[in-house]
Design a protein around this ligand. Structure first.
Ligand code: PMP
Length: 326
């Protein structure tokens, strides 16, 4: 029995230690593993930053008990912060651009948070501005700012990274993950490069996002349906460190959609579109290792499936590509 199999005293203790499961598709000589972040209490990777960042901010005195967390978010972060805030005696207010899924907003409200919408056209920048205005009006409020707060990446350096290495006894050849704030990838990548500086690191973005430009690759900005990753779903790219990344993999909406449907039908994974994109890119990297194009410390690729398909049923995630509204 591990420590985690014992009864836990609060839902916050159930954050993290998610399963790492082998993805069946891909070349036979290279193993692909996915960290299933929908196993967190709020069903996404963002529960990790909720728990870690709120605890650190309370310790540091950035906010006191009874204060308020105000955060601009696409939704999953709000759910993660709502759980942590409620458990640690804080109020929570989230500013969400209208385009994001209604399921996420309903869940934030169910967890006791207040949700304020901003127009889709104002982007994440509009939501951030509104969040700061709201925080200024309150007595004791903090805006964690997942987009620029180093505690975001630190969360994954301290938790997700070590969990991956423990599960694979250190046999990690490549890390491939989607970038929204880039906190997930940067935290894991920093840990991975400390374990072995030759570990391959691949960032994943939707076609139409501009992360590639940080590695000097031309990109054409366009709308995309994939939710949670890419430069449209983040306001600043301050956490993204090009020195920690070997390649940026753009994935089209239709490839991500095809793959998330395949993952459900063939592998039993009910995952969102950013997981579909991550899987497409992880398989590309695995193929390059199998073909001898990439020399990695081990024949394994690790990726992250950030959340669950159930969060996007209202957007027709399992309908045809044309009917899926992103
Ligand atoms: N997928 C989904 C569904 C997300 O909500 C997010 C967070 N925006 C990500 C991936 C990307 O995670 P990160 O912000 O750590 O890059």
């Amino acid at each position: 029995m591990t420590e985690h199999d014992r009864a836990l005293s609060s839902v916050l203790e159930a954050v993290g230690r998610t399963p790492l499961v082998e993805v069946q598709a891909g070349p036979s000589s290279v193993s692909i593993y996915a960290k299933l972040e929908s196993f967190n209490p709020g069903a996404s990777v963002k529960d990790r930053i909720g728990a870690y960042m709120v605890e650190r901010m309370l310790e540091r005195g950035d906010v006191g008990e009874g204060g308020t967390v105000v955060e601009p978010t696409a939704g999953n972060t709000g759910i993660g912060f709502a759980i942590a805030a409620e458990q640690l005696g804080l109020d929570a207010v989230f500013v969400v651009p209208e385009r994001f899924s209604v399921e996420k907003q309903q869940l934030m409200r169910a967890l006791g948070a207040e949700v304020i919408n901003t127009p889709t056209d104002d982007g994440m920048g509009g939501a951030i501005e509104r969040a700061h205005e709201l925080a200024d009006e309150l007595d004791d409020a903090v805006v964690p700012q997942q987009f620029s707060n180093p505690l975001n990446a630190e969360t994954h350096y301290e938790t997700t990274g070590p969990e991956i290495y423990e599960a694979l006894d250190g046999e990690v050849g490549a890390v491939v993950a989607g970038c929204g704030t880039a906190g997930t990838l940067m935290g894991i990548a920093r840990y991975a490069r400390e374990e072995n500086p030759d570990t391959y690191v691949g960032a994943v973005e939707p076609e139409g996002s501009l992360y590639g430009e940080f590695l000097g690759e031309p990109r054409e900005e366009a709308e995309y349906k994939i939710e949670g990753i890419g430069t449209h779903d983040t306001a600043t790219n301050e956490l993204f460190d090009p020195d920690l990344v070997d390649d940026i993999h753009p994935v089209s909406d239709d490839r991500a959609h095809e793959e998330l449907k395949r993952l459900a039908a063939e592998e039993g994974h009910l995952v969102g579109s950013s997981s579909g994109a991550a899987s497409v890119a992880a398989r590309r990297v695995a193929q390059r290792i199998a073909d001898g194009e990439l020399d990695t410390p081990s024949d394994s690729v690790v990726t992250v499936f950030p959340d669950s398909a159930e969060r996007y049923l209202s957007k027709g995630i399992y309908r045809s590509f044309e009917e899926w509204s992103g």
